[in-house]
Design a protein around this ligand. Structure first.
Ligand code: SF4
Length: 249
């Protein structure tokens, strides 16, 4: 079933996690939404790519009711995170979901986005959002296009609108050997992050191959076949380099 013929209160989802700890502040209920227009070479969730005919449906009421069962776990700064896939494909529905989470449950809302789409309703959505986790995948449009079928411009546009709306932002970058793993790459990322005073965290994540089996299951060629995972020592060295240069809120 296509997203756009679902009722206004029904989300097309891949899965949920009731006790997510990596998707924002505190303990969170994470909703992984189905569908993504990007094609990152390191994606470990290719099973979220396709919206039409994929995933399952969950209503806003279902999500709020599920969260209410575990509300005690979320109360110290935790709450709801929408991730994916690309959650902003279903942004207009998330507005009502976020409103319910804030008003009915008194919990916080986080969006984890690749910035692949900029919905018309973004400011209404950000008005109900406590934190946006933004993937800053590559530091120029050419690499974005080559390795993700995307653009840096869209990520910059999201940084601009979150700044305008005064929303707290965390940034994440996946580091892949021989693609974006040099100090010169880090200089470019730092230069972008340091332009924005509303960014409170910048995380480098090591490329890993844990999603490779999903490509085989889906009969899709794995784009990074033969590329080694980023070593922990390399990650730590890059983190040290970045943290000596970055200015965070
Ligand atoms: S934006 Fe996320 S879900 Fe989409 S292809 Fe990239 S890593 Fe995968």
């Amino acid at each position: 079933m296509s997203n756009n013929i679902l009722a206004d209160d029904i989300l097309n989802i891949h899965s949920v996690q009731s006790f997510a700890t990596l998707e924002g502040e505190g303990i969170r209920f994470a909703v992984f939404l189905q569908g993504c227009p990007y094609r990152c070479v390191y994606c470990h969730n290719p099973d979220t790519w396709y919206g039409e005919g994929q995933g399952t449906n969950l209503s806003i009421d279902d999500i709020v009711t599920k969260m209410s069962h575990y509300k005690g776990f979320y109360k110290n700064g935790g709450g709801l995170t929408v991730t994916g896939g690309e959650p902003l494909l279903q942004a207009s529905k998330i507005i009502e979901l976020f409103r319910r989470v804030r008003e009915d449950l008194g919990l916080t809302n986080t969006i984890d986005t690749s910035c692949a789409v900029m919905p018309d309703c973004i400011e209404d959505l950000l008005a109900l959002t406590d934190l946006v986790i933004i993937d800053l995948k590559f530091h120029n449009n050419a690499d974005y296009n080559k390795y993700a079928k995307g653009t840096l411009d869209k990520t910059i546009a999201m940084l601009d609108v979150t700044l305008k709306m005064g929303v707290n932002v965390w940034i994440r970058t996946v580091v892949v050997p021989d693609i974006n793993d040099t100090n010169a790459d880090m200089d470019k990322y730092v230069e972008i992050v340091n332009r924005y005073p509303h960014i409170s965290k910048y995380e480098l994540l090591a490329y890993h191959t844990m999603g490779e089996f999903k490509y085989a299951e889906l009969n899709i060629k794995y784009p990074l076949a033969g590329v080694e995972q980023l070593s922990l020592s390399k990650l730590k060295s890059l983190q040290k380099y970045v943290y000596e240069r970055i200015n965070l809120k």
